[in-house]
Write a protein that binds this ligand. Sequence first.
Ligand code: ZN
Length: 158
Amino acid sequence: MTEELPRGTARTIRTIQTMRTARIAHIGIAVRNLDEALSLYHDTLGLPLQGRETVESDRVTVAFLPVGDTQVELLEATDPESPVARFIEKRGEGVHHVAFQVDDVEEALRAFRERGFRLIDETPRTGAGGARVAFVHPRSTNGVLIELCEKAAESAAE
Ligand code: ZN
């Protein structure tokens, strides 16, 4: 019966069946200097600093600052050749990616792949906080680098 529905409707139904997006997990912001950025996000906006972590695979140090149901993720490159460093070099500091929390990152990847989106990560990998993450290329997502983020089991009960 799906074929008889208008295209947009079928796509919507399919999306609901294949993945559930609970919320925006975090907004990633590329900064040149984490400590300096904290004077804005922590000292001035008053967001608590939840933690700081170096993710070796991404050559980046991140700081998480919860705000309501989501978080700000500040990203500082640890290597001038890393993706975040190249991003800043090309476009300056600013919003780098939006992370959507999904129940199952494998399923989410499949949904994106089936619809022809260009994936950066063909398979999930481990991101900050032990989350399973995968990125979708901004060239296929209206210019926004999208992170699909499945929370680590230990923090899923939060
Ligand atoms: Zn992120």
